[in-house]
Design a protein around this ligand. Structure first.
Ligand code: FES
Length: 105
């Protein structure tokens, strides 16, 4: 499946991501600036914060309560489109998804 990350300056990183890989791991593997994934995807760092573009948000499913709480610690503006990308798993349904990397404070 194809994923596009849009950096704060508008630059895009496009990659093919295997099903089952989470979007934080995929971002780190593709050197997407601004996505660190410090905790390795265990929902304890919030350094994998992204804004999910438009209609894709619904397809990523509901945020868990713990994810919601961790988002308070995230860098960058937290909006209704905010997700921690380690909680989004690549699947064919998400083929073409666009993830915006928020500008860090
Ligand atoms: S990688 Fe740490 S919360 Fe997502």
């Amino acid at each position: 499946m194809k994923v596009t990350w849009v950096l704060p300056g508008g630059e895009e990183v496009v990659a093919d991501v295997k099903e089952g890989v989470n979007m934080m791991e995929a971002a780190v593997a593709n050197n997407v600036a601004g996505i660190q994934g410090e905790c390795g995807g265990s929902l304890s760092c919030a350094t994998c914060h992204v804004h999910v573009d438009g209609d894709w948000l619904e397809k990523t499913g509901e945020k868990g309560d713990f994810e919601e709480a961790m988002l308070d610690m995230a860098d960058g503006e937290v909006t209704g489109a905010s997700r921690l990308s380690c909680q989004i798993t690549a699947s064919n349904e998400l083929d073409g998804i666009r993830l915006m990397v928020p500008e860090a404070f």
